[in-house]
Design a protein around this ligand. Structure first.
Ligand SMILES: *[C@@H]1O[C@H](CO)[C@@H](O)[C@H](O)[C@H]1NC(C)=O
Length: 286
């Protein structure tokens, strides 16, 4: 077995890197048919295959993209973006569905933007400290701190950027003007019961980098890349007659060296694969 040659193809938004052995140095074509295996969850995180990768993320049940609902404990009614967005936020619904569901855009472990059904963001800006869902871009006014009760993390209060807590003093309008006692009693209008919608959570690479922050994420992923598939695995595959591997990598590798936040430079991916893919022999194209 001689040299390996890396073929890089763009398919359906993923880069597929196939390393196939060649019969001779001069032969630069693929030897068909290939006998290949897919190496998922290696260079692109797939949470269901290795949930422990997420274990060190603070508030790991509130990853980016998680859908939540809030019930006012005082009224026992759900918070609702009236009309699904575009106007006031109220707390008068007996049950929760689309308009009562908010998607978290995670700023950091305790600060979030809340996106409503029609994709506006919950924010300050209504009359008399009223909370509305009108802005289509999340800024400071649309950023809230979720303060969780130590004993019951799904009992929460939401602090707005004006320093005040949200409250449902009336069912008909949620306002950002509670500065009273921070008791967790049911009759406190600033206390809400948060429900995390099941099936409404995402566990991908975005959640890793956003959840840990870029520095820690880089460390966690580097460790994963170094140990999940190793030179030994490639030797095993090669010895057992495989002639190619399919290695999904993220679309953001194409944006290297300045990928959109929170992804980071991944230019190393291809070099790493090719270094490992050939038992130490570097193919010419890598
Ligand atoms: C989290 O984000 C908020 C809002 O941008 C900011 O005020 C706060 O300092 C951040 N906290 C951390 C730990 O980065």
């Amino acid at each position: 077995m001689g040299y390996f040659h890396c073929h890089i193809t763009l398919v359906l938004g993923f880069f597929l890197i196939s390393c196939a052995p060649l019969l001779s140095h001069a032969d630069v074509g693929l030897k068909l048919p290939l006998k290949a295996v897919n190496l998922g969850n290696w260079l692109v995180t797939e949470g269901w295959m290795k949930p422990s990768l997420f274990d060190g993320i603070p508030n790991k049940d509130l990853l980016d993209g998680t859908q939540v609902q809030f019930m006012s404990t005082k009224w026992q009614k759900y918070v609702c973006a009236e009309n699904g967005g575009g106007t006031n936020v109220v707390a008068n619904r007996a049950s929760a569905s689309g308009w009562e569901t908010f998607r978290l855009w995670r700023v950091n472990q305790s600060y979030f933007n809340l996106r409503v059904f029609y994709k506006q963001f919950v924010g300050l800006g209504g009359q008399g400290a009223g909370i509305v869902a009108t802005s289509t871009t999340p800024g400071n006014q649309e950023t809230f701190q979720i303060v969780r009760n130590d004993g019951d993390p799904n009992r929460i209060r939401l602090k707005a950027s004006n320093g005040m807590f949200l409250q449902a003093n009336s069912e008909m309008q949620v306002t950002a003007d509670y500065g009273g006692p921070s008791s967790w009693a049911d009759d406190n209008p600033s206390v809400f019961k948060m429900t995390i919608v099941s099936g409404g959570t995402l566990h991908g690479e975005y959640q890793i980098t956003n959840g840990y922050g870029p520095d820690k994420a880089r460390q966690i992923l580097q460790e994963h890349w170094n140990t999940y598939i190793t030179d030994e695995d490639f030797k095993f595959m090669s010895q057992n007659g495989l002639t190619a591997v399919r290695i999904p990598v993220g679309w953001w590798i194409a944006k290297d060296p300045t990928p959109p936040k929170p992804f980071f430079c991944r230019g190393m991916d291809c070099r790493m694969v090719c270094k490992w893919g050939i038992n130490g022999r570097l193919p010419e194209v890598c």
